[in-house]
Design a protein around this ligand. Structure first.
Ligand code: DC
Length: 229
């Protein structure tokens, strides 16, 4: 299914990287600065994860999860304050999408090749004028290999653990920094070694190490890759 609005001539900037690299924040800011559309591809995997939870599906049953991917309607809309809301089968699931449970389900679902294939066209449908910033793990390698601009964001595992630690602490969740670091290292190894669309930079991606950099510094470095506007 191709959206009639899908426009192959619209320029694409892909921003891939591991979780904690600052991808989400940077991609949203860059899209806002350029006035381009924004694709949060992780939200699609999370949305299927949430729908699978609602239907009480077994995460070890790939056939059921593939069916669930085809059956789940996923919509994005901005609320009055400009925040992106995600609708799963017409229900606003934005907050539920961000939970660890949804993330864990998304990670299991994302390893199933048929699920990835089923979500391809839905991701490509975001390519519309005046341009698209696509945030994920395989945007530059699989979904938009012909993108004009490709970035791969990294940060040391220690810094990513610290960022996550601060986020959780601000939410009032008490966690252990060493435990977080171990989880991040384990997830990196899993993401990089999975058989389908493993996390790796596209050959033509510009790598930016965000360790020790502020958000605005990274936004500027990304914008500097595009022609002066
Ligand atoms: O970026 P995130 O934490 O919202 O992603 C949720 C899960 O989906 C994560 O386990 C990785 C997976 N994912 C993926 O495999 N490919 C993408 N393009 C985006 C996310």
């Amino acid at each position: 299914m191709n959206s009639p609005l899908h426009d192959h001539s619209a320029p694409v900037l892909t921003i891939d990287g591991p979780s904690g690299s600052g991808k989400g924040t940077i991609s949203r800011l860059v899209a806002a600065r350029l006035g381009w559309n924004y694709l949060d591809s992780g939200a699609l995997y999370r949305a299927v994860g949430v729908a699978a939870g609602w239907a009480d599906l077994d995460l070890a049953d790939p056939a059921a999860l593939v069916r669930c991917t085809f059956d789940t309607e996923i919509g994005f809309r901005e609320d009055a304050s400009g925040e992106l809301r995600v609708l799963v089968n017409d229900v606003d699931a934005t907050d539920e999408l961000r939970t660890e449970t949804a993330g864990a389900a998304a990670s299991a679902i994302a390893a199933i090749p048929e699920v990835r294939a089923a979500l391809k066209d839905r991701q490509r449908a975001f390519r519309r004028m005046p341009g698209l910033v696509a945030d994920g793990r395989d945007m530059g390698t699989v979904i938009f290999p012909d993108a004009s601009y490709k970035v791969f964001l990294t940060a040391s595992a220690e810094e990513r653990a610290e960022r996550r630690y601060k986020q959780l602490k601000d939410k009032g969740v008490s966690v252990n920094l060493d435990g977080l670091l171990r989880e991040i290292l384990a997830r990196d190894a899993r993401d990089a070694s999975r058989a389908v669309a493993p996390l790796r930079p596209a050959e033509d991606a510009v790598r930016i190490d965000t360790t020790g950099l502020g958000i605005e510094d990274v936004v500027e470095r990304v914008l500097a890759l595009l022609p002066a506007r």
